[in-house]
Design a binder for this molecule. Structure first.
Ligand SMILES: NC(=O)c1ccc[n+]([C@@H]2O[C@H](COP(=O)([O-])OP(=O)(O)OC[C@H]3O[C@@H](n4cnc5c(N)ncnc54)[C@H](OP(=O)(O)O)[C@@H]3O)[C@@H](O)[C@H]2O)c1
Length: 269
């Protein structure tokens, strides 16, 4: 039996990971969500499935993740093979803010700190909570969904002046993940960042999708295409299908890589 913990599984890419992994034979999936009752897309997706377990954990609340890890350990006998960290603060209403879009420094601080807590510290909290189980597992794979948005070179080359809090927090997320890759290398771990591509995940926001969020994505894509072909985006099914091909082929020697959907090293375009 191969076990996967998906951190941030209520919607978007985390939900799609659960959907695709649950179809596999001999697989147990732990779907970690902030609020199980509100995770309606997940409830529908896993209805009747015996190999998916839903637990509540918030990545800003380390004790809640430790409690989840205990529950997971009870089911697996104290091990976990793969941890896939997906959770992030990507609220479309705030996502596209530039540093000078905030009405006050207090508002800027509030958004940046809340985003940092989820997107940067959140991955650290999750890895730390599940590490004992992963250490006892046979696979020792940690996958963190990273974003090229956290690369200062892309900000410069693409003149991306908006998405401030998100990009800053994802830069921290890249480094935090690398710290674990370095620290855990001698134990035979494979810790990687995986870029999911540009994915429209607005379809699982709320009961019927977020049309306003989708419009903001389209506007961002148009503005950042700067007169050339619009930057193409994909949907969760395709992204996770490709991500899983990368995940399935991870080797210990991949530790510390920042991988694309094609399984290649992320290189600044
Ligand atoms: N979509 C893209 O184009 C893209 C591109 C590059 C990288 N990424 C990265 O890929 C990952 C997934 O993106 P996405 O588009 O699927 O995001 P999404 O649709 O906004 O989903 C975010 C998930 O994180 C969960 N979450 C938020 N705060 C949490 C917390 N404090 N504790 C636990 N879970 C929490 C959300 O749960 P709730 O339902 O409770 O809010 C939701 O399940 C993120 O790390 C993102 O940075 C995405």
């Amino acid at each position: 039996m191969v076990s996967y913990a998906i951190i941030g599984a209520s919607r978007g890419l985390g939900l799609e990971y659960v959907r695709q992994l649950a179809r596999r034979q001999n697989t147990t999936v732990f779907a970690i969500v902030r609020n199980a009752t509100r995770s309606t897309h997940l409830s529908v997706a896993i209805s009747g499935l015996k190999n998916v377990h839903v637990f509540e954990g918030d990545v800003t609340d380390h004790p809640s993740l430790e409690r989840v890890a205990k529950q997971v350990g009870k089911i697996t006998g104290g091990t976990l093979d793969y941890m896939i960290h997906v959770a992030a603060r990507t609220d479309p209403e705030l996502l596209y803010q530039s540093l000078d879009d905030y009405t006050s420094m207090d508002e800027l601080d509030k958004d940046c700190i809340a985003t940092f807590k989820i997107n940067t510290l959140g991955a650290i909290h999750a890895i730390s909570a599940f590490l004992p189980l992963l250490r006892a597992g046979a696979s020792k794979k940690i996958i963190v969904l990273g974003s090229p948005a956290g690369d200062f070179r892309l900000t410069r080359a693409g003149s991306i002046g908006d998405m401030s809090a998100y990009c800053i927090s994802k830069a921290g997320n890249l480094i935090a993940t690398m710290k674990y890759a370095v620290k855990l290398k001698s134990e035979g771990f494979c810790v990687v960042l995986l870029s999911p591509g540009l994915v429209d995940t607005t379809g699982t926001i709320g009961e019927h999708g977020d049309a306003a969020g989708k419009a903001l994505l389209d506007k961002w894509v148009t503005e950042n295409s700067r007169g050339s072909e619009p930057i193409p985006y994909i949907y969760p099914e395709e992204s996770v299908n490709d991500q899983l091909k990368v995940v399935d082929n991870l080797k210990v020697s991949d530790n510390g890589r920042f991988l694309t959907l094609a399984g290649e090293d992320y290189v600044m375009p």
